[in-house]
Ligand binder design. Structure first.
Ligand SMILES: NC(=O)c1ccc[n+]([C@@H]2O[C@H](COP(=O)([O-])OP(=O)(O)OC[C@H]3O[C@@H](n4cnc5c(N)ncnc54)[C@H](OP(=O)(O)O)[C@@H]3O)[C@@H](O)[C@H]2O)c1
Length: 238
């Protein structure tokens, strides 16, 4: 799909991959609904993005997710593309994992995107089609010590995406999952941590760190091609 004049929701638009993507979409003529919890940051970003619209929402809260989609629809009158990008990391061994934190991670990384999908699907069906992109992680394809909960949440999101893609084929709604690998954003600082993670193991498996813009280009490619799985690098393909 060409993004020009399309209405696009980007969650997690205040930083990192979501911010880079929102700028790129806007430069390509899309009208972007910028979603995160940080009103001031979003307002400042919106000043430079023509036809953008700020919606403050905590994507881990079901009601706020539904309200967010309603606000975007009321503002623009349609929704062509949803990018579920907001997410949080969690570093803890299985032994140290706190169930309370596991629930926080799954609420944001799995439940929020699922509720957002459920909210846009009826709108897209009525419009005759649409595109949903879910941002997973390369960790969903690996078994990395201290990342079991985070990688499982991203594996769940991948499973939901690929299944939805099959379910929605006849409605011209394409669902893609994008797998970034280590990307230069605030992700590590923002992650929930029960213990320090030994990054040396991880770095030995992953040869490079990508920029947020590099990953945003992959998301644009996913929107343009509707390929069901997009990997940041070919070596990640199974
Ligand atoms: N960076 C990496 O190495 C990497 C690798 C693989 C996958 N990913 C995935 O890429 C996505 C983007 O991450 P990033 O690297 O750009 O990280 P980031 O810089 O930490 O950005 C995270 C974004 O999510 C938003 N967010 C966090 N909690 C939220 C909540 N409860 N409700 C609404 N928005 C929330 C943040 O905004 P507010 O704080 O303003 O709410 C921020 O805009 C995530 O899904 C992450 O899992 C990242």
């Amino acid at each position: 799909m060409d993004v020009k004049d399309k209405i696009v929701i980007v969650t997690g638009a205040s930083s990192g991959i979501g911010l880079a993507l929102s700028k790129m979409l806007s430069e390509n003529g899309a009208k972007v609904a910028l979603v995160s919890r940080s009103q001031e940051k979003l307002n400042n970003i919106s000043k430079n993005l023509k036809n953008s619209f700020v919606v403050v929402a905590d994507m881990s809260k079901e009601d706020e997710v539904r309200q967010m989609v309603k606000k975007v629809f009321d503002h623009y009158g349609s929704i062509d593309i949803l990018v579920n990008n907001a997410g949080v990391g969690y570093y803890a061994s299985i032994e140290d994992t706190k169930i309370e934190n596991l629930k926080k991670v799954f609420d944001l990384n799995v439940v929020g995107p699922l509720v957002a999908m459920q909210s846009v699907i009826p709108i897209m069906k009525k419009q005759g089609g649409g595109i949903i992109i879910n941002i997973s992680s390369g960790t969903a394809l690996m078994y990395i010590p201290n990342m079991s909960v985070y990688s499982s949440s991203k594996r769940a999101l991948g499973g939901i995406s690929l299944t939805a893609n099959e379910e929605l084929k006849n409605h011209n709604i394409k669902v893609s999952v994008v797998y970034p690998t280590i990307t230069n954003t605030n992700f590590l600082q923002n992650a929930i941590k029960e213990q320090h993670m030994n990054l040396s193991n991880r770095n030995s498996q992953i040869p490079e760190v990508d920029s947020a813009e590099y990953v945003a280009e992959k998301v644009l490619y996913a929107i343009k091609t509707s390929e069901s799985e997009i990997f940041a690098h070919d070596y990640m393909k199974r």
